[in-house]
Design a protein around this ligand. Structure first.
Ligand SMILES: C[S@@+](CC[C@H](N)C(=O)[O-])C[C@H]1O[C@@H](n2cnc3c(N)ncnc32)[C@H](O)[C@@H]1O
Length: 292
């Protein structure tokens, strides 16, 4: 599987937590209402796969009686513990998605809903889906979602630079596996993923929201917008696992790769104030399905 610097003991999880976006309430509502549409379903126990610093777990805490936040990274889980209120009924487990149902990590048929926010692309999907199926109750919901590029609506052409530094083999994209590259660029036509899902799940729903491809509806459940300055963009890039891998392998770079990227954006669009806020629409996609 792709190796991720999130698993490094020294990964700066609090930095990640500060500069990564959260998810809209409309997405949470969509997922919960999908779940509750099936008669007999309840919101007792939720499990978050690859919970990281708990950004998504936090949003589901008020909807469920109890949550299990799981991640293979102790650094990430430590930050999740600090990030989520001590009063919340959350237990933390250091475990990879591929091992959920192994060695009694999580009881079989016990979970009402499994969520994966920006995480399952690090997993072997066949194994993950089998494991999720085992821990879910019959008719339980599995929901997972992603954001990819932030699209600066007022800076047309920004996405080309994003692709150059974030996706191309020349720069940080070098650390994407072909599998991940496919996952995040062909999300519109990921038949392989669909086929894997169909083996284990039913009632699959998929939706994208992408400004540059014209699929952009402010009323869509996962329409994610923020405001971001060039300073924020610098910080965001530094939260990427790809960035950490690049820096580790290029210790003698004369200039930090995130700074190179952002300075090129600044020059291209003649931005004079780095703290100036720009409107950003994130490219997002989500899947919801249920155990058959
Ligand atoms: C981009 S972060 C997402 C964190 C969080 N869910 C969020 O929404 O911000 C990806 C997370 O996946 C975790 N991860 C990496 N390999 C994993 C695996 N095999 N199973 C489950 N999680 C994994 C990483 O440790 C990291 O916390």
């Amino acid at each position: 599987m792709p190796s991720t610097s999130y698993l490094d003991k020294n990964f700066k999880s609090s930095y990640y937590n500060k500069f990564r976006p959260s998810y809209p309430e409309s997405l949470v509502d969509k997922v919960v209402s999908y779940h509750m549409k099936t008669p007999g379903n309840e919101c007792n126990l939720l499990l978050d796969v690859g919970c990281g610093t708990g950004i998504a777990t936090k949003l589901f805490v008020p909807k469920f009686k109890k949550c299990i936040a799981t991640d293979p990274s102790s650094a990430m889980l430590g930050c999740a513990r600090d990030n989520i209120s001590k009063d919340a009924n959350v237990v933390y487990k250091e475990v990879a998605g591929e091992k959920l149902a192994e060695d009694g990590n999580v009881a079989l048929n016990s979970i009402d809903m499994v969520i994966g926010a920006q995480s399952i692309h690090w997993c072997n999907l066949d194994t993950l889906f089998e494991q999720v199926n085992k821990v879910l109750k019959p008719n339980g919901t599995f929901a997972f979602w992603f954001y990819t590029q932030p699209e600066f609506i007022e800076l047309p052409g920004f996405t080309d630079l994003y692709y150059k530094y974030g996706w191309s083999d020349e720069f940080m994209g070098h650390y994407l596996t072909p599998y991940q590259r496919h996952f995040f660029t062909k999300f519109n036509e990921n038949e392989e993923l669909m086929n894997k899902l169909r083996k284990q799940f039913t009632n699959i729903e998929f939706e994208i929201s992408c400004h540059s491809q014209g699929h952009s509806d402010p009323n869509a459940p996962y329409y994610q917008t923020t405001e971001m300055s060039m300073e924020d963009l610098r910080h965001l890039v530094k939260t990427w696992s790809l960035y950490t891998s690049w820096v580790k392998n290029h210790p003698n770079d004369p200039k930090d790769i995130a700074d190179r990227f952002v300075d090129e954006v600044i020059n291209k669009f003649n931005i004079t104030d780095e703290s100036k806020m720009f409107k950003v629409q994130w490219t997002t996609f989500y899947y919801v399905c249920r155990r058959s």
